[in-house]
Design a protein. Sequence first.
Length: 284
Amino acid sequence: MKVNKVGVLGAGLMGSGIAEVCAKSGYETVVREVSGELLEKGIGRIAASLAKAVERGKLSGAASEAARALLKATTRVQDLAGCDLVIEAVVENLGAKKALFAELDAVCADSAIFCSNTSSLTITELAAATRRPDRFAGLHFFNPVPVMKLVEVVRTIATSDETIETLLDFARSLGKEPVLAKDNSGFIVNRLLVPYLLDAVRALEEGVGSREDIDRGMELGCGHPMGPLKLLDFVGLDTTYAIAEIMFAEYREKRFAPPPLLKRMVLAGRYGRKSGRGFYEYGS
Ligand code: CAA
């Protein structure tokens, strides 16, 4: 199936990155947020990232302008009616996602493919909110979306071969490398990454090392671009906590249980970079 027009639900950190990458790759892209204020914030994030790409010599000024021209911002779900593919990237909440997919199902053509960028919820459960389980899959991007090469294409027991082929081609057309994963909570990357990040918090809690030494250990000892505590601040402690809770509920395994320190930091509003403070402090 040929994808011409893409819809993106949510213009947060992930949604704005996904919309940017789609528009940069020549797709007409409609991005939807719940309020004008959040939409403006998301569009601002895309503009800043495009400007950074131009500054870094990754994109020409003309290509940046062309991407901007392909982007349409809206607060109305109805404006996604003509989309061939819709990627949902709203808050990691099952009820909110299901309600949105049910609404979208009535708006879009039967042929349209729906995807979720969820990190940990079960795709099958989201697909059940629609009448198109064969045209429903996971399409999981990584933060920062314009930079990270990977996309996980998640297949449920109901996803059709044609949908998977379309999504693999689509991911490649964005300049990404797709990997195929089964619909198990966390897919491939978060199943491995989340227990590692939670263990880093436990190591800090137990005084194994200072925050700097834990991070430096993994950066210099394993060649990771960021140590685990820096990465937690980058991804968001609230987001990681929500993902860990979902994975723990699914697997009932201790390695997915969020440690008390993580919970306390979230309760104290220390979400990481987005709130100015997490394991480290950030200037505005
Ligand atoms: N558009 C296009 N390219 C950009 C860009 C933009 N807006 N911003 C930066 N770049 C490019 C730069 O030009 C640079 O390219 P080269 O290497 O070719 O020169 C590259 O991206 C790196 O940029 P910077 O030099 O600004 O930054 P850095 O070297 O300090 O790296 C980082 C920053 C990419 C974030 C790096 O620290 C990193 O890879 N960190 C780990 C990120 C990670 O693990 N993400 C996954 C999180 S988990 C997740 O997302 C899943 C989930 O469900 C929770």
